[in-house]
Ligand binder design. Structure first.
Ligand code: HEM
Length: 328
């Protein structure tokens, strides 16, 4: 089966323009602004589709045969087993169809909106505590002192972790987080594997504890649900919890850092948010998340042979990502 993107038929470039990771790191806005003027897509192995109206609707309509990457990215780095592989092989994040639905269902039930709403006072208190800790100093490292500890503390609160476990737990979480980004290196793998082993065993123990002594909390209600359903294997049960932990950590850490960075680049907006009308804060947060999302692209694999932007690509040999940084 082959699909052609009719939207691009009249404007087929011979080769897509490419860019380097260092260009991307230097300034994604400058890079994508320039790219958007030249093309609707870039990249070679991974096709990066530049989000812009009206291209998006044509593109997403056209690539119907697409799926999550499952373990392809780890395999491309030669990883075919181990703790890290097990987590990614069994996570809802990278799965498709029935496996995705079955893995997601018990988590959605336990992860109720009420749980987060009730956590708000504790989250706020934690944020104030972190600021109090740095107030006497004349400077702070925003990421290390604030943006990184906040998600770790919230997750720890949800999972009911002892305070003394948080620093080590946080280190494992941020190490594994690289596995779900585009940018890990071969040399990162041993450290990620080590962190994956520690986190898997830690979560396994937490789940055993809740089975033995249920509490009125998220993990106990999750364990109750998966045990009643009997649809998930033991590693699937663990992997969904690990997914929530890593899915909720680096994303929010980066979102907070990006938010502050963007506001500081627009000093009048920083002043307005800091000293002016408090009702501006919600809008500033959502605009920063739209303008520069911490997850800039979501990768998928083609599940059928397709012709993409005039170039034939074989099934499962083409990864593509919709990039939404700074789109209008
Ligand atoms: C600024 C914050 C966040 C951003 C930008 C973000 C972004 C995303 C994106 C883009 C996906 C879809 C990935 C894909 O389809 O390939 C996703 C999935 C997911 N996220 Fe987040 N996320 C954020 C916060 C969180 C938090 C706080 C949690 C948990 C506490 C979380 C847990 C998850 C989970 C479990 C999935 C998988 C859902 C599924 O496969 O059905 N995320 N996130």
């Amino acid at each position: 089966m082959s699909t052609t993107f009719s939207y691009f038929r009249d404007r087929r470039p011979a080769e897509p323009p490419t860019f380097s990771i260092s260009e991307l790191d230097r300034d994604p806005h400058v890079l994508f602004r320039r790219m958007r003027l030249m093309t609707r897509f870039c990249g070679v192995t991974t096709v990066v589709i530049l989000r812009s109206a009206p291209a998006m609707s044509s593109v997403s309509m056209a690539i119907r045969a697409r799926g999550q990457m499952e373990t392809e990215r780890l395999r491309s780095h030669g990883v075919t087993g181990g703790y890290l592989y097990d987590i990614l092989q069994h996570t809802m994040l990278y799965s498709n169809g029935t496996a995705h639905r079955q893995r997601r269902a018990p988590l959605s039930r336990a992860f109720a909106f009420r749980l987060i709403t009730e956590l708000r006072p504790a989250i706020r208190a934690r944020a104030h505590e972190l600021i109090d800790q740095v107030e006497s100093r004349s400077e702070m490292d925003f990421v290390d002192d604030f943006a990184a500890p906040i998600p770790a503390h919230i997750i720890s609160e949800i999972l009911g972790l002892p305070e003394q476990d948080i620093p080590e737990f946080t280190r494992w979480v941020y190490s594994i987080s690289r596995a779900i980004s585009f940018s890990f290196l071969q040399s990162d793998i041993p450290d990620m594997e080590d962190a994956a082993r520690n986190l898997t065993e830690y979560v396994r123990k937490l789940l055993c504890d809740r089975r033995a002594t249920p509490r009125l909390d998220f993990l106990s209600s999750y364990v109750l649900g998966v045990d009643a359903d009997e649809k998930l294997s033991p590693i699937e049960v663990i992997s969904q919890i690990v997914t929530v932990i890593i899915g909720g950590s680096d994303t929010t850490r980066a979102a907070m850092a990006i938010q502050v960075f963007l506001l500081l680049q627009h000093r009048e907006q920083w002043d307005a948010v800091c000293t002016g009308d408090m009702s501006l804060i919600a809008g500033a947060v959502s605009e920063a998340m739209r303008y520069e999302p911490s997850v800039g692209s979501t990768p998928r694999f083609t599940l059928a042979d397709i012709e993409i932007f005039g170039i034939p690509r074989a099934r499962r040999q083409c990864a593509f990502a919709i990039n939404s940084v700074g789109h209008a």
